[in-house]
Ligand binder design. Structure first.
Ligand code: PSU
Ligand code: MN
Length: 310
């Protein structure tokens, strides 16, 4: 069985430390989705529910964040609550990790930062809602999420529901190809766009379930091909919001963002917040439903991969 040693300077919950040192399957969960991706109290309810769902499917959940300057692999209930409520929690991507550690502050980690900390902690499977990507207008603004460059270099499989159409989905797929990232779509010929099962873009690669996904992870890493994998899991049909229904809302949120001059790392949180407001919370229900589906798939992937890699 592959065992992991705990990293000095990192903080671990007992449950996660025990799982990592004994070689049990562990699923990483990010925290920007809690602090900057959903309103309170739905964010804390979602965070707790997803952890339980991962447990129910045979893996140990580890929500990652930086608490008081310490990279934390698994969070205590009070730490989860702090991330859900405290307005001063920083949004931490890879570039921000040294600063938040040095200054002893609290940080919610993005997909990119969560991937990096997962790899350092020896976790290979990570579940989230949506990936960051190439923003619309990126040819002018250069706004391309560090999630994509991180997928290019860090050996973690990330389960998401694809990318929201606040982004340029076509350019995001091009960028992932450039970075050498396998994009595996679970059970669908079309790449999903978060709220919707389709996007108009064909799936780069189609896979069928957790065993096949784990086999691709194993084929990659055991043959000297480091780097991440993007696993796209289309939202369940009964929870989907048709792309045409979301299009107007997304256009309005993008227009308001431009009018207010919101840029940089504030762009994604602003858009996510406005979409929830403009849909009267309907988008939030879909968001929670797709994270649930991703947690089920991700836990099964973590279990299947451990069986191959041990
Ligand atoms: N997209 C979503 N929900 C999210 C995010 C993106 O649908 O919560 C968050 C994730 O943490 C992701 C981050 O890593 O936003 C990307 O931010 P940026 O575009 O600034 O890289
Ligand atoms: Mn950005």
């Amino acid at each position: 069985m592959t065992e992991t040693t705990l990293r000095p300077g990192f903080s671990y919950t007992e449950e996660v430390a025990e799982a990592l040192t004994s070689g049990a399957p562990v699923v990483a969960l990010e925290s920007t989705i809690i602090s900057h991706g959903m309103p309170y109290p739905q964010n804390i309810e979602m965070a707790r529910e997803i952890e339980d769902l991962v447990r129910a499917h045979g893996a140990v959940p580890a929500t990652l964040a930086v608490i008081g300057g310490r990279p934390s692999i698994g969070l205590e209930p009070a730490e989860l609550e702090l991330l859900a409520q405290d307005e001063d929690v920083l949004k931490v991507s890879v570039r921000d990790l040294p600063f938040v550690i040095a200054t002893g502050r609290h940080g919610a980690t993005t997909v990119a930062a969560t991937m990096r900390l997962s790899a350092l902690a020896g976790i290979d499977t990570f579940v989230t809602g949506g990936l960051g990507g190439v923003h619309r207008g990126a040819p002018r603004t250069f706004d391309i999420s560090a999630d994509l460059t991180e997928l290019g270099q860090t050996s973690v499989a990330v389960v998401s529901a694809g990318v929201k159409s606040i982004l340029d989905i076509g350019l995001t797929l091009e960028y992932l190809e450039t970075e050498g990232v396998p994009v595996l779509v679970n059970g669908s010929e079309e790449f999903p766009s978060f709220f919707s099962r389709g996007s108009g873009f064909p799936s780069p690669l189609v896979v069928d379930g957790p065993e096949e996904i784990a086999a691709v992870m194993h084929a990659k890493w055991s043959n000297g091909l480091p780097g991440g994998l993007a696993i796209a899991n289309p939202i369940p049909a009964e929870d989907e919001i048709p792309a045409a229904e979301m299009a107007g809302v997304i256009e309005q949120a993008l227009t308001e963002m431009d009018e207010r001059g919101i840029r940089g790392n504030a762009a994604t949180p602003f858009l996510l917040g406005r979409i929830v407001e403009l849909t009267d919370g309907a988008s939030l229900q879909a968001n929670i439903a797709l994270v649930r589906a991703n947690a089920r798939l991700g836990a099964a992937v973590a279990v299947a991969y451990k069986n191959l890699a041990r």
